[in-house]
Design a protein around this ligand. Structure first.
Ligand code: SAH
Length: 235
């Protein structure tokens, strides 16, 4: 069964409110999904939980909703962060989409020596994260931080948050369950260089972990590592 259409909105949500859709939402609802006045959608804003709402008016690029009752109260995602070396555009898009589906609370792009790029397009990645949050029934959008060089990431890392650094070709343990906040770090397609691996070893909050005997592409490593952390209570 397909669920209801869920849309993220910026506005505060309370029963009885009238809310304007964005032009993209109006187009999606009317032209793509063939919805009309009186049809129900679910709205969330990352703060007020989820509400049922009805389409009140809809034209090609304009629509408005009338908020009805609350369907879910606000709850936080597991306190799981993903730090990942910036990849080529399509691979970065995939990581942001899958990490959002897999419940990360924060995305921290990392600039690594062998990385593909130093650049990212925050608007594009935020749009991808919003779409993945809508689809995966999250009540929040993950925070997307500005890219940081690995050295800066490590020097300002909150030491009480264990950082599982995925490193290939070493005899390292698999990710072990932890309670409380945690994070996964995945390197670039070229892997971390020796100086970066030394820097990781120097910090007590870092645990180097294996994702198995095969060499995974970086985007696969992000998904596999986050999957292994699904059962872990990262709250
Ligand atoms: N080019 C490198 C591989 C890099 S894989 C080489 O040939 O050795 C890209 C990233 O994915 C790595 O930096 C690491 O973070 C992660 N990764 C890939 N396979 C992994 C594995 N088996 N265990 C842990 N991390 C892995």
């Amino acid at each position: 069964m397909t669920g209801s259409i869920r849309l993220h909105v910026a506005a505060t949500l309370a029963a009885g409110d009238a809310i304007a859709a964005t032009a993209a939402q109006a187009h999606y609802l009317g032209t793509v999904m063939r919805r009309g006045p009186g049809d129900t959608v679910l709205l969330f804003n990352g703060r007020d939980g989820e509400f049922s709402a009805r389409i009140e008016t809809i034209r090609r690029d304009r629509a408005s909703f009338r908020v009805e009752h609350r369907t879910r109260s606000q709850s936080a995602e597991p306190d799981l962060w993903l730090a990942f070396a910036l990849l080529k555009r399509d691979a970065t898009d995939l990581v942001v989409q899958k990490a959002t589906e897999l419940g990360v609370a924060a995305l921290q792009p990392v600039i690594a020596e062998r990385g593909n790029t130093h650049r990212m397009n925050p608007d594009r990645l935020t749009a991808i994260a919003i779409e993945a949050a809508e689809q995966s029934e999250r009540l929040t959008i993950p925070a997307l931080h500005a890219p940081l060089p690995l050295a800066a990431l490590l020097s300002r890392w909150p030491p009480e948050r264990p950082l599982f650094a995925a490193v290939e070709r070493i005899a390292a343990p698999r990710i072990a369950p932890v309670g409380g906040p945690c994070a996964l770090l995945v390197g670039p397609e070229g892997g971390f260089i020796a100086a970066e691996l030394d820097a990781l070893r120097a910090h007590p909050f870092v645990t180097r972990v294996s994702l198995g005997p095969r060499i995974l592409r970086a985007d696969t490593a992000c998904i596999a590592g986050l999957a292994l952390l699904q059962g872990v209570d990262c709250r």
